[in-house]
Ligand binder design. Structure first.
Ligand code: IVH
Length: 672
């Protein structure tokens, strides 16, 4: 191919992929494919320097800053690392180091390459001052409030720290947390997070640090920078960082030579899957800091370090069949069943194929030998077909046009990737999943009636909707004698049902499993409307104004409330004495200083949490709303407020005030 054309093609593709990755958290290709394209472009540019473009993707560190946060300049640029997938390259790296150090003895430190988000933390006199993302390498987003939510991160360092120190490391979401979070999102009918890295990066970009805290992020430090020379070696700085109380993964090791480096790499090839965090390789660093300086940097990366990346774990196995699962919200997801095959530390029997498009795109057929890969994702995915091994006469997979469970024709709402079964009232897996959700821990949490038992009762035709659960105590005689349920378990179950009538209303609202009404939204709605009747009487337009409840949620709720069977369900729950209102007095009015005024709160505040400020405003007679309109009295702006909100308020001439200016509006007792 014409080199000019190829350079252009690669440049465009890489720019696009960079943009997708850094702006939208989407990885369209594996790291390996990306690196291969970048390497090819690099080579072409070397061979044809005249054709190289000044803003080529090879000329930048990668990444860019997002719009919502204040940005800060990095004191020392945040570089990237040269990558390699081959041991030969590592030996060449070692030879370059040896030459660069002119025969002086040297050693290495090997570390895990954590797959998260790079972060720079500044500590002054031991206090955490600022957390900044890598951004484009020279400027990044200031996300201090979000970083402070990381529990394992010390806000002040222990003894013997330098007065001024920058700690760099990786913010990540532990795999276990990621799995729990996704399970919860699935139960709430919310879109799943693609992998722990995206989840961590998405969490750091949230504007409300209370939501960030719920993501339970963690941090591992991997470098310490001080003005002047504080340490003689990198390993010494890691030991010091740990002594100051910073989390340092204990997996690092000093290696006397390249052979020990290779041994470390081999040793961790499988062991890395036992770590709580995803890793995608090993970082090899020259240990002595003076030698690091001597070797210096290229434009983008240090000559004293390199990353070895393990090839993405892949396996080849047979596609046995595709099963179509129907979830609580009716979404149909295809799951591939495979001949079991070991992969990255587990035995893989199933893989995700995302949706119908993906099946067509891969041209999957039953009986095919397929390639499965575990990238950053926990559930492996099918990445391709070994076409040479395709059995003769293999038929293309026909995606069902009817619900595999109830036969209702599937629909595909515009803009959605999934087909959906619209038979909310009659489709068994949907009904069953709704019951399971209703009894789950974060909803009614009924002792003695777990997901499995309620599922079994459903299969036996004993319960169909949550209201049927409350008829069970009257059917004690019928239940006794059911296989695996003794008299004692039945009595426990009945006691559990009674006890569950004391849960707060918001948990019942969450338990109803209304699409998009997760825990937080249920809480906000309960606080705002105080009872189910008021929620069901509210219009979509009105609900959309409630903070944290947007138009999509409001529409879904209004639609739910209109349906006669849902109204009937609520009546029956009411008759069974299930809590359908907030108990206790509404917050006491303290003054009417803010009567007639409406407020929008945005960003992160210094002295009070957003909830506390909301309560204060309400106690003084003010109203909180969710969106900025001409009629709004004040926009209260905290740290990291989005520029779009500021712009809208400015255009509509809505006054923007700070937290302190808000407090100044209150009677003096509150303002101190
Ligand atoms: S050292 C100049 N050590 O990998 C060297 N980086 O391309 C600076 N990373 O996004 C990085 N684990 O956040 C270093 N143990 C480790 C690392 C690590 C993960 C990430 C880093 C950056 C990328 C470097």
């Amino acid at each position: 191919m014409d080199p000019q054309q190829r350079i252009q093609e690669l440049t465009q593709r890489l720019h696009h992929l960079n943009n997708q990755y850094y702006q939208h958290d989407i990885s369209e290709v594996s790291d390996q494919e990306f690196d291969a394209m970048l390497a090819e472009l690099n080579q072409l540019e070397k061979a044809y320097p005249d054709l190289a473009q000044p803003n080529s993707p090879t000329q930048r560190v990668g990444g860019t800053i997002t719009k919502q946060f204040a940005t800060a300049q990095h004191r020392y640029p945040m570089l990237s690392l040269g990558n390699t997938y081959s041991e030969d390259d590592l030996r060449e790296f070692d030879e370059r180091v040896q030459r660069g150090l002119e025969g002086a003895p040297y050693s290495y430190v090997c570390e895990q390459k954590f797959d998260g988000v790079a972060m720079s933390l500044h500590y002054a006199t031991g206090e955490l001052q600022q957390g900044v993302t890598r951004g484009d390498g020279t400027r990044g987003d200031v996300v201090t409030a979000n970083v402070r939510t990381i529990r394992t991160l010390p806000l002040h360092l222990h003894a013997n720290f330098p007065a001024d120190v920058e700690v760099r490391g990786e913010v990540f979401m532990p795999n276990q947390v990621f799995n729990d979070l996704n399970q919860e999102r699935e139960q709430n009918g919310e879109a799943l997070l693609a992998n722990p890295r995206n989840a961590a990066s998405g969490a750091l970009k949230l504007q409300d640090s209370a939501l960030v805290a719920a993501r339970r992020l963690r941090f591992y430090a991997y470098s310490v920078l001080t003005p002047g020379r504080h340490f003689t070696s990198h390993s010494e700085s890691l030991e010091a960082a740990a002594a100051w109380g910073l989390p340092v993964s204990p997996t690092w090791r000093r290696c006397a030579n390249i052979q020990e480096v290779l041994d470390y790499i081999h040793e961790w090839a499988q062991k890395r899957f036992e770590l709580p965090v995803n890793t995608d390789g090993i970082v090899i660093k020259v240990d002595n800091l003076r030698q690091q300086d001597q070797l210096g940097l290229t434009a983008k990366s240090p000559r004293w370090a390199i990353a070895y990346k393990y090839p993405a774990a892949a396996a080849r196995t047979e596609l046995l069949r595709i099963e179509y699962n129907v979830g609580r919200t009716g979404a149909v997801t295809p799951v591939a069943h495979l001949t079991p095959v070991p992969l990255a530390g587990t035995i893989v029997k199933r893989a995700s194929v995302h949706n119908a498009n993906q099946i067509a795109l891969l041209d999957l057929r039953i009986g095919d030998m397929v390639f499965v890969e575990k990238g950053g994702e926990i559930i492996p995915k099918i990445t391709g077909v070994d076409f040479a091994a395709r059995p003769a006469g293999a038929e293309p997979i026909r995606y069902p046009s009817e619900c595999p469970a109830c036969g209702t024709p599937l629909v595909r709402p515009e803009g959605e990737a999934h087909y959906r079964c619209p038979n909310e009232r009659g489709c068994p897996p949907q009904l069953k999943a709704r019951l399971e959700h209703y009894v789950s821990r974060k909803a009614l949490n009924i002792d003695g009636l777990g997901a499995e038992t309620v599922g079994r009762f459903f299969d036996l035709g004993l319960v169909k909707t949550p209201a049927d659960i409350y008829d069970l105590p009257q059917r004690r005689a019928e239940l006794i004698g059911l296989e695996r349920l003794g008299e004692k378990s039945i009595d426990n179950l009945i006691a559990g049902i009674e006890k569950s009538k004391t849960v707060p209303f918001e948990r019942v609202l969450f338990g109803l499993g209304i699409r998009y009404v997760g825990e937080t939204v249920a809480q906000k709605l309960a606080q705002h409307y105080r009872n189910m009747a008021a929620i069901m009487a509210a219009s979509a337009k009105e609900m959309a104004e409630v903070p944290e409840v947007g138009g999509v949620i409001a529409d879904s709720l209004a639609l739910w409330s209109q349906q006669p069977e849902n109204q009937h369900l609520v009546q029956r729950l009411q008759a069974a004495a299930v809590p359908l209102e907030v108990t206790g007095e509404p917050p006491k009015a303290v003054s009417d200083r803010l009567a007639g005024l409406t407020f929008v709160l945005s960003g992160v505040f210094e002295n009070y949490s957003r909830e506390q400020l909301q309560e204060l405003i309400q106690q003084h007679g003010g109203k909180i709303t969710g969106s900025i309109s001409k009629k709004l009295s004040y926009l209260v702006a905290g740290e990291n407020m989005g520029p779009a909100k500021r712009e809208k308020a400015t255009t509509l001439k809505v006054p923007i005030i700070s937290e302190n200016e808000l407090l100044a509006l209150l009677p003096t007792a509150e303002a101190d």
